[in-house]
Design a protein around this ligand. Structure first.
Ligand SMILES: Cc1cc2nc3c(=O)[nH]c(=O)nc-3n(C[C@H](O)[C@H](O)[C@H](O)COP(=O)(O)OP(=O)(O)OC[C@H]3O[C@@H](n4cnc5c(N)ncnc54)[C@H](O)[C@@H]3O)c2cc1C
Length: 476
């Protein structure tokens, strides 16, 4: 088997492709390489210090969103500026970049527009639901806190268990293809907005707060919760602030392929013993890091082939410590990671530490909303306390009628891209049944259904008033 490894950042763009090219997968290999290698894009020029907190966040942002760029690395403390088509944006926010770079189309409706459906989370579950919903004519808005594509974009290895890609597909490529497909439809986006609360209105619709300002509210007849999981933090007790202080100054949650270019010749610590930790360790080992220490409290729990590959690199490059992290130290940048175990209690010199210790559902914001949770995961259909509901829940419906959940955030979900995509699509089938029974939740006030309902409302309230008056009539 011929192995192809192509990495580079000479032109400013980070590309990392590693493929086993058996003859039958040669076509996919070349496709992947062609996708990953983009010529330097003169449209996007960055001036700033790539090693500083803001610079390193921007670099990851550009990689995860598949944006090629030219980076003019400046000295420390110089203001970071991105030039898009020669228009400078000083200290750009992600939402400015999303719009300026055309990653998602500008919204076609004003922010106060009442949508049929609001999707919270632009990962595989949210994207597939938005696509299906738009195709069945539901006006749809997607709110995404970070980047379209969700956690699948951070996958180091190719995704090999997703239908339609015989040789596997990079998470970033899958996201880019999905966004291209969605751009052909009338779907609105709120990038870099986090949903912070959900509340039912009197008319049976929902309002979602998406910012601190009272006007930052979007309204919808139905909601899909597809907000996935977020990485666990270490929570270092008294040394907690060191974890926060060094975040993006050497401490990262999860590694992405472009990180190997930053770590050439450096000492790296990987925290965690599962599959993601193992893949990160191998990424840096193959990418030319000086030394790699895996700090895993419970030892290596990763899949056997991955564990065997790790042991092939021990003790030359990768060291494994059965210990836990006690603190991070350094001045402005990380310099060492303190570890303590049965046999160890010392600082490991390292300029970067990548934490991979699992995740937890993004559901803190739903507290008090009436959504039933189980250990933070959203309960739907058969997992609900049925007694609390007026009718049996539709598949993927939560404890609030018309609010659905799909993907990793849903209780008992198997965390896979294919599962998330399937659940997003299936949730839309339930939405279609929901609006058949409750057409009023649809946003279009000019529709015939709304007109009929308005007439029925007038007739109904006149009838009710008449009945009340008749009941309260004075005895004759
Ligand atoms: C490193 C790694 C490798 C993986 N490899 C594979 C693989 O090879 N094969 C496979 O099948 N699966 C793989 N997975 C799992 C797969 O990525 C997930 O199962 C899938 O992404 C779940 O999709 P989702 O849409 O449910 O959630 P996510 O992909 O997590 O998307 C949720 C989105 O919601 C957003 N969000 C969260 N809270 C809010 C909020 N309050 N407001 C607005 N937006 C919000 C997040 O920013 C995120 O983009 C991998 C996962 C990781 C982390």
């Amino acid at each position: 088997m011929l192995a192809l490894l192509a990495t580079g950042n000479g032109a400013g763009y980070d590309y990392v492709v590693e493929l086993d090219m058996s003859p039958e997968s040669l076509e996919t290999a070349l496709e992947e390489l062609f996708f990953a290698w983009n010529p330097p894009n003169p449209r996007v020029k960055v001036a700033g210090c790539a090693g500083e907190r803001e610079g390193s966040s921007l670099r990851r942002f550009l990689y995860l969103n598949g944006v090629p760029y030219i980076w003019d690395d400046r000295t420390k403390h110089q203001e970071l500026t991105v030039h898009v088509d020669d228009v400078p944006i000083l200290h750009p926010t992600p939402s400015q970049l999303y719009v300026a770079l055309g990653i998602i189309p500008a919204p076609s409706h004003p922010s106060s527009y009442p949508y049929d459906l609001v999707v919270v989370g632009g990962g595989p579950a949210g994207l597939s639901a938005a696509l299906s919903a738009s195709l069945v004519g539901l006006s749809t808005l997607v709110i995404e806190a970070h980047r379209p594509g969700g956690t699948a974009t951070t996958s180091i290895n190719l995704i090999r268990n997703y239908l339609g890609f015989p040789g596997g597909v990079a998470g970033t490529r899958l996201a880019k293809l999905a966004l291209e497909q969605m751009a052909t439809l009338d779907i609105d986006w709120r990038p870099s907005y986090s949903a912070c609360s959900l509340r039912e209105t009197k008319g049976g619709r929902y309002e979602i707060q998406v910012g601190k300002h009272p006007d930052d509210v979007v309204s919808a007849g139905m909601v899909l919760l597809a907000c996935g999981q977020k990485p666990n933090r270490l929570a270092l007790g008294e040394a907690q602030q060191t974890e926060e202080y060094f975040l993006n100054r050497g401490v990262y949650y999860g590694a992405v392929p472009s990180d190997r270019l930053v770590e050439v010749g450096k000492d790296v610590v990987i925290v965690g013993g599962g599959d993601s930790a193992g893949q990160a360790a191998l990424l840096f080992a193959k990418g030319g890091s000086e030394s790699i220490a895996i700090v895993a409290r419970d030892g290596l729990t990763m899949a056997k082939p991955l564990r065997e590959e790790i042991y092939d690199h021990v003790p030359t490059l990768i060291n494994v410590f059965r210990a836990k992290v006690t603190e991070f130290s350094g001045t402005e940048q990380l310099a060492a990671v303190g570890v303590r175990g049965k046999w160890y209690d010392f600082p490991i010199p390292a300029t970067s530490a990548y934490i991979n210790i699992g995740g937890k559902p993004n559901t803190e914001w739903l507290r008090g909303s009436g959504i039933e949770l189980d250990d933070g995961y959203i309960k739907t259909d058969i997992y609900l306390e049925t007694r609390a509901r007026r009718r049996e829940a539709l598949p993927f419906e939560t404890s609030l009628p018309g609010v659905f959940a799909a993907g990793d955030v849903r209780v008992k979900s198997r965390r896979r891209v294919g599962q998330a995509v399937g659940q997003g699509t299936a949730a839309v089938a339930s939405m279609e049944r929901y609006v058949q029974d409750k057409p009023r939740v649809l946003a279009d006030p000019g529709s015939t259904a709304h007109l009929l309902l308005d007439i029925l409302d007038v007739v109904d309230s006149a009838a009710r008033r008449g009945l009340k008056q008749w009941l309260q009539r004075p005895p004759s």
